[in-house]
Structures are given as C-alpha cells and as structure tokens.
Design a binder for this molecule. Structure first.
Ligand code: MG
Length: 387
C-alpha cells in the first residue's frame, strides 16, 4: 500500500510534535513529506534527522544558514520564508496537509493547500475564524476535504458519522472552563501568565492555553463549528464540563444526543484526522470510569468571561468582524504573555477594537489581509498610549 504523504505546517509546536508522535507509531501508514517551523530551528533539525522528509522550511529566514548547516549531510531540500510554506503545500506527492500553525499565519498556506486539492487536517482554528465563509466555499469548489483536529470538532465529526441525511438540531460544545472557572472578577484582575498557562486538563501551546483561560478559545471554536458543520450560532450551546471527558455532543431532531468520550489527549483527534476514515490502533491510555465516576456540567459565566459573547457578536455581524476579533486577540494575548497587560484588560481592548475598526460586510482576501494588519497596528498603538 502506498504510504500517506504528510506535510506538517508548524511541526515544532504542540500539535506538530504530537502529530509526529502519532506518525512514529504508524510507519507502515504515514510518511513525512514536509516539515515547516516558524522559529525553532534546533527542534526542526532534530525532527528532520529523525523523519527524513523531502522538504524542510523555516519561516524565519535568518535561521536558514543554521538549518542548512544542521542538515548538510541529508538529501533534503531546505527552503526559508513564509511564502515558501505556502508553496510547498502544492508539491505533487503530498496527500494531506496538517495545518498546525498558530494564528493568522495559517490562513495563506491553508488556502494554497485547498486550491492544490490536498486533504486538510485543520488544527489552525483561526483560519476558519478569520475567513470561514470564504474557506468553506473554496473547499467545496476544489472538492477538498477539511478534517477537524480540534478535539471538540473531531468529536462532532465522529458523532455525525452515518448521519449524513439527518440535520443537526443542536451542537453542544463542551469547555473545560480553564484554570479560572471559579475565580471572581477581582481575582481575575490579579492572575498572572504562569497561572493562566497551567491548563487543568490539556497539554497545548501557549496561545491556545491563554485563549482557553479567557474562553476566547471556545468562542473561536463556536465560529469554527458553524463553518465546519453548517449550523447557525444559535444552534451551538457552550457547556462547561470541567473533566474534559466528553469532547462535545450533537443533538438530532428526535432529541437523541450523541457524544464522543475519551481522556484529554490531543493525539487521539490528530490520529483520527490523519488516518480518516480508518481508526488506527493506539497505545494511548483508555478512559477508566472508576477514575472518572462523576461528570459535571454548568453554564459559562459570560459576565466574567466576556470573550465568549464577543465571538457570538462577531459572527452575528459577519464580514471582517471575526478577523478584527482574531487580530485584536492575537495582539492582547502576546501582550499578556509579556506581562504588559492584565488578564481582564485583554477583553476591554478587544471590545474597543470591535467597536472602532472599519466594518466591511463582504470582504475579499485583500480586505482580510488589510483588516488584520490595521487592527494589529491600532491595538498596539493604543496599548502604548495607555502606558
Ligand atoms: Mg479545542
């Protein structure tokens, strides 16, 4: 059998490294064709030596020489620059592109991969947040399958298997609630980045961990679910489930609800997407109900976690508003991670950006690029003025 040729965009990040762990366990099924990283050149060299891809790309061009030096004895093509990442996805032998870059940077290569007709395993939810309508149309036009890697969306996808003719009544999107679920507003004002980076259940990258603590991640996932599964935002209920065992649920019109369960381990949804439609054997720990004998549920508190409402508001307005939301969020999360602003300030700044940026009802690709750019500049300028 021909092995499935995989390109991993963002191979040194949390999703990328866990995907390589999955690939390592199934050498008879998968082969790494391309690896790309933004900055982490040492780890990229280590990965390339181990998986021997055809192509390796480093986005940060100043690290090119170091990468070339580190792989000089291997027959591997070495490219540099963000544009190179968008180019490699078109390489003929690639069967599947795992889009695991962080934030806005994932948009362009994902568009290129869809146009090249490669199956997409989508971990970069920001792509659908920014330009979901556009991406969904493009995927239909090029008949490109988009497989979710996000654990919630993987769960929904699994619940929908065999239900092709049964419309969704409601999606119940579960959320751990993050480390600050029971904090008061006063406590939230004081929290540090180190506290925010300690997610109770999931092992993830820094950006998504902060987004989880602020519930922006769940807002983004609501938008992601809207586009992936063709539902209205009103059909998506966010439900706090602190144990992170039920990864999400789908209710059908007969009121029957299907759920997908498992321990919180990102390798499971990654493997499901890479191996789809087959379920592959794994050595992951399985769920023991003796250890998890109580599963609890509660409503999210949107007076404390306002980002969730912002996401509903952004998708209701549509156009470039989700792009504004995302760009402002990327800047405030980076500022919070540098101790420049407080936890609650992140929401204040995002709200202001949504109120003051120019709204475009029917954005083109160039409008998304422009909106992203101007929102970032404006938010950064305002943060500087406040100091
Ligand atoms: Mg998720």
């Amino acid at each position: 059998m021909k092995k499935r040729q995989i390109a991993i965009l963002g191979s040194t990040g949390s999703i990328g490294t866990q995907a390589l762990d999955v690939i390592r366990q199934h050498p008879e099924i998968f082969e790494v064709y391309a690896l790309t990283a933004n900055n982490q050149v040492e780890l990229l060299i280590e990965q390339a030596r181990r998986f021997e891809p055809e192509i390796v790309v480093i986005a940060n061009e100043s690290k090119y020489i170091q990468l070339k030096e580190g792989l000089k004895d291997l027959p591997v093509k070495i490219w540099a620059g963000a544009d190179a990442i968008s180019q490699i996805v078109e390489e003929e032998p690639i069967d599947l592109v795992l889009a695991a870059m962080v934030g806005y940077s994932g948009l362009k290569p994902t568009i290129q991969a869809i146009k090249a007709g490669k199956a997409i395993a989508l971990a970069n939810k920001e792509t659908l947040v920014i330009a979901g309508e556009w991406i969904t149309k493009l995927a239909l036009e090029y008949k490109t399958p988009v497989l979710p890697v996000d654990s919630e969306h993987s769960a929904i996808y699994q619940c929908l298997a065999g239900e092709e003719n049964n419309p969704i009544d409601k999606i119940i999107l579960t959320a751990s609630g993050g480390p600050f679920r029971n904090f008061s507003l006063k406590q939230l004002q004081q929290v540090t980045k180190n506290e925010a980076l300690k997610h109770p259940n999931w092992n993830m990258g820094a950006k998504v961990t902060i987004d989880s603590a602020s519930l922006m991640n769940k807002g983004f996932e609501m938008i992601e679910a809207k586009w992936l599964f063709g539902v209205n935002p009103e059909q998506i209920q966010v439900l706090i489930h602190p144990q992170s065992i039920i990864h999400s649920m789908v209710q059908f019109k007969d009121t029957s609800i299907k759920a997908q369960l498992g321990l919180p381990d990102m390798r499971l949804p990654i493997q499901y997407a890479l191996g789809y439609p087959k379920r592959l054997k794994s050595d992951f720990e399985s769920l023991d109900f003796n250890k998890f004998n109580t599963l609890t549920f509660e409503q999210p508190d949107t007076t404390k976690f306002r980002n969730l409402n912002f996401a509903f508001e952004a998708i209701k307005q549509g156009g470039n508003m989700p792009c504004i939301l995302n760009a402002a969020n990327e800047i405030v999360v980076a500022a919070f991670l540098q101790d420049k602003i407080g936890f609650l300030e992140m929401s204040d700044i995002i709200e202001k950006a949504m109120q003051t940026m120019d709204f475009i009802a029917l954005p083109t690709y160039e409008d998304f690029v422009e909106t992203d750019h101007t929102t970032r500049n404006k938010v950064m300028k305002e943060m500087k003025m406040k100091k």
